[in-house]
Design a protein around this ligand. Sequence first.
Ligand SMILES: NC(=O)c1ccc[n+]([C@@H]2O[C@H](COP(=O)([O-])OP(=O)(O)OC[C@H]3O[C@@H](n4cnc5c(N)ncnc54)[C@H](OP(=O)(O)O)[C@@H]3O)[C@@H](O)[C@H]2O)c1
Length: 302
Amino acid sequence: MTTFGAWSTADEVLTGMDLRGSNALVTGGYSGLGLEITRALSRAGARVIVPARRTDLARRALLGTGRVDILALDLADLASVRAFSPPVATLDIVIANAGIMAWPETRVGDGWEAHFAINHLGHYALVNHLRPALVPGRTRVVSVSSSGHFLSGLRWEDPHFERGYDRWLAYAQSKTANALFAVHLNRMGIQAHAVHPGSILTPLQRHISREEQVAQGWITADGRPAEGFKTPAQGAATATWAATSPALDGLGGTYLQDCAVAAPATTDDMLVGGVKPWAVDPVGAARLWELSAKLTGMDVFT
Ligand SMILES: NC(=O)c1ccc[n+]([C@@H]2O[C@H](COP(=O)([O-])OP(=O)(O)OC[C@H]3O[C@@H](n4cnc5c(N)ncnc54)[C@H](OP(=O)(O)O)[C@@H]3O)[C@@H](O)[C@H]2O)c1
């Protein structure tokens, strides 16, 4: 199905592709993986819209990158999502990439747990808000999930952790939500994929101490990435592939890793990867959509 794999880079995935005339939107497209995705899409000719929580930082990070529009957006704030106005009428690619991980307990909006709110509800609301620019049969939406989803399905009885907080379960639930979002959006007629990008050292780990990262086996004692970690350019490849590869025509609703459709997970080892059943369950995906519509008051698809 693909000639690309775990160590491919976003530029390699786009080799020979001419994206001139295409419009892409990449949330968080100014840090870590998003920055690499933005740069690669831009080098291939796309116009890239980058919604940014910190526009000054985005401007500095994207200085010298081709045609990029940086617009203010805070995914934690529904009013900010509703006020967001992309400068194009149609979007060929939407990459819901922005995210937070392992934050101390934080509440946003109506007391929502921050991972669920920013990683999932903010993107749910944004895609609904952008609906007029999404064209069935043309637009692809990529929802950046994680093998972190292994640790938790949706906590239907307590999605906002009102009965006790765990920062890893909060991240895990939000990443399952990212995967389920792709399943149901695809069912609603817009080709959508969920992606696990791999393990990559980026500012995402800002709340994890160096000692903890060594203990987790993510970095060596002298601060280098552990074996098996990808570079940011490699980490950007699967999302870029999901957004553009003709090999995925008609294969929406899938969970991808290493530039391939992931197999069902056979172990609990996140580094081995694969996808857990609760992250691709269409019943759970429909239920999450309903919950998200209720919480945000937005649903223009059904
Ligand atoms: N790195 C990994 O190993 C890994 C593994 C699996 C999955 N992922 C997923 O990959 C995605 C990108 O992660 P990364 O590693 O590139 O992290 P990163 O460098 O920290 O980038 C995250 C981006 O999200 C933005 N963001 C955070 N909160 C926001 C908000 N409220 N509104 C708008 N934007 C917001 C950040 O903007 P500010 O800096 O302005 O807050 C930043 O630009 C995430 O969804 C993550 O879960 C990463």
